[in-house]
Design a protein around this ligand. Structure first.
Ligand SMILES: Cc1cc2nc3c(=O)[nH]c(=O)nc-3n(C[C@H](O)[C@H](O)[C@H](O)COP(=O)(O)O)c2cc1C
Length: 184
């Protein structure tokens, strides 16, 4: 099955790893729209995402407004993957914020959504992040059995989770094992 995948990229040091993930998705025949956050674009620029995906890069809610991307990207996706998912993105997803294109997409997606948190241990262990992860898990988010993330400075906490399961398209099969049934 060739899926329509939204690859959300958060502003973490592991953003570069999403390039390889994108390559694997496209080489598998999937159509990928990359939605980097503003912070993510400081790590990896839009030309890289556009060249690797062969698709326009959706950067904000104010571009291509006639196509209503803040709603359509999520609605039309077969799978949404956010990698890396920053502490900030976890908080916004847990609280249902819609302050950028990626968080809008997370609210409008009704397909499976996979989140791959990556951050330093202190951020991962902070009670706020713990509570946000608990909120997401209470909605059906499961923990990954494999790490995801990177840091040049110290050891990051590495985890992955997935959410909002309706059905599981083939790309999800290669993602860290986890299960969920309800939306983020
Ligand atoms: C060099 C650098 C590395 C960072 N790495 C991470 C990270 O791995 N995980 C994380 O949660 N935040 C990290 N941050 C902080 C985020 O960039 C910051 O919280 C930002 O607001 C996240 O925005 P976003 O969630 O919209 O992508 C890093 C910041 C810098 C400058």
């Amino acid at each position: 099955m060739n899926a329509r995948i939204v690859l959300g990229v958060g502003g973490g040091i592991a953003a570069y790893k999403a390039c390889e993930l994108l390559r694997l998705f496209t080489e598998s025949g999937h159509q990928v729209r990359v939605v980097p956050t503003a912070a993510a674009l400081r790590f990896v620029g839009a030309p890289t995402w556009a060249a690797l995906s062969g698709q326009p890069v959706a950067e904000d809610v104010w571009s291509d407004v006639h196509e209503v991307p803040h709603v359509r990207l999520g609605q039309q996706a077969d799978l949404v993957v956010v990698a890396p998912a920053t502490a900030d993105l976890l908080a916004r997803a847990a609280h249902g914020l819609a302050d950028d294109l990626l968080s809008n997409t997370l609210l409008t997606a009704r397909c499976p959504v996979l989140l791959a948190p990556a951050m330093h241990t202190e951020m991962w262990e902070h009670p706020a992040t713990v509570a946000n992860v608990a909120t997401l898990r209470a909605r059906g988010v499961g923990s990954s059995s494999r790490p995801w993330g990177d840091s040049p400075a110290s050891t990051p906490a590495r985890a992955g989770c997935r959410s909002r399961r309706r059905s599981s398209p083939s790309p999800a099969a290669s993602w860290p094992a986890a299960s969920t049934r309800r939306p983020t």
